[in-house]
Design a protein around this ligand. Structure first.
Ligand code: MRU
Length: 369
């Protein structure tokens, strides 16, 4: 995706020094555009934990590069298997909800199973991490292609007046290496001159909608309006939303979707107002081993400071201010589960399907055991 005139991915390898992984620092956006260098497993862990990198496909890719960096830490005294398994466990432990992290780390580890020499381990790990990036980019392209049909159909019905899309959090290219999941159909529609307008939920507590989705859409010339998280229901009642499209951090084989906290409430409101509610996700976000989102998905709980404080921009600096009494007790749940029954459909790289085990199985039979 373009920032100014330059094309970027949200993660890449430094061309002049392949021991460095480069990422856009998402903690600083939209106030500063800064690139951060990751040189060790520890750096990758910290970047995922403090959300320098975030979004399910991106933390997967970062974890994969983390294993590559772990191979560079091998010396003659290293117990290779122990070192790599420790790195994998450590990286996976960083954030519990998005399945992409363990999926990607395990993808690289599987490729390393039969490698013995450190040079071939390094090459194989790098190839695997790059393969994941290419795979995710292609997944997003395909999600774009399939999702576009939904927008086209609504546009036709509305005789060309703007299609109003509500989204929550950021499931854009910043979260996904390139294109995004939710944003890919929107970017394609815009390219095809189909009028679209996006309602962007601010997405408390970290405001990924306010900070990142607005930034992305603005850079790409997509009309949008930022709203508070509680506005969606009202807008739906007023018929100002044609479709809701959100991302996913983990989707069960039965179609329950874990996504950023607040997604469930939007799904309830959409259901009540008979507004189509879609989740756009690559198959790397489907956990084919679990069936019950409420029981089987761990919901990340983050530092309560993210709730008691708000981070913004003032006097040329990024600053954090407290918004409640000093001794306030706060809870910070990162995600919630939207049950499959509230979801109109899943937009995947293989096409659009209903959020049911039968339909998911038909689409991804090779992943089912
Ligand atoms: O906590 P975050 O910012 O990593 O949460 C991101 C989301 O919830 C996204 O919707 C999800 O990861 C899908 S990204 C394609």
């Amino acid at each position: 995706m373009k920032i100014g005139n330059q094309n970027y991915q949200s993660i890449w390898i430094d061309e002049s020094d392949p021991a460095i992984i480069r990422v856009i620092d998402q903690q600083k956006l939209p106030f500063f555009f800064e690139i951060k260098n990751l040189r060790s497993v520890e750096d990758v862990f910290n970047a995922i934990a403090d959300m320098t990198v975030r979004g399910a496909p991106l933390i997967g890719a970062a974890g994969a590069f983390g294993i590559y960096l772990a191979t560079l830490e091998i010396n003659s005294r290293t117990n290779i298997r122990e070192h790599l398994s420790n790195a994998a466990r450590y990286l996976i432990s960083c954030r519990p909800t998005a399945v992409n992290l363990s999926w990607a780390v395990n993808f690289v580890m599987e490729k390393l199973k039969n490698e013995q020499r450190s040079t071939s381990l390094t090459k194989t790990a790098l190839d695997a991490a790059l393969e994941i990036c290419e795979m995710e980019k292609e997944n997003c392209r395909q999600i774009g292609r399939h999702g576009l049909k939904l927008i086209e159909a609504i546009s036709k019905k509305k005789k060309g007046s703007p299609v109003n899309i509500l989204t929550h959090c950021n499931a854009g290219w910043l979260a996904c290496i390139d294109y995004g999941t939710v944003t890919a159909p929107i970017y394609l529609a815009h390219e095809k001159k189909i009028p679209v307008h996006v309602w962007v939920d601010e997405t408390r507590p970290r405001n990924q909608g306010a900070k990142l989705t607005t930034y992305e859409l603005g850079q790409n010339g997509i009309p949008y309006t930022l709203i508070t998280d509680n506005s969606g229901g009202h807008l739906m009642q007023q018929k100002q939303i044609d479709i809701v499209i959100v991302g996913s951090d983990r989707t069960t084989r039965t179609g329950d979707v874990a996504n950023k906290i607040g997604t469930y409430l939007k799904a309830l409101a959409a259901f009540d107002n008979k507004i189509p509610f879609y989740c756009a996700l690559p198959s790397s976000s489907i956990d084919f081993n679990i069936s019950n989102g409420m029981k089987d998905i761990i919901i990340e709980e983050r530092d309560p400071d993210e709730v008691t404080n708000v981070t913004g921009f003032a006097e040329g600096k990024i600053r954090s201010v407290r918004i409640c009494p000093e001794d306030t007790i706060a809870a910070n749940y990162g995600f919630d589960i939207t049950p499959a029954r509230l979801i109109t459909g899943l937009i995947t790289e293989k096409g659009i399907c209903r959020a049911t085990e039968k339909d998911i199985k038909e689409m991804f039979s090779y992943k089912f055991n």
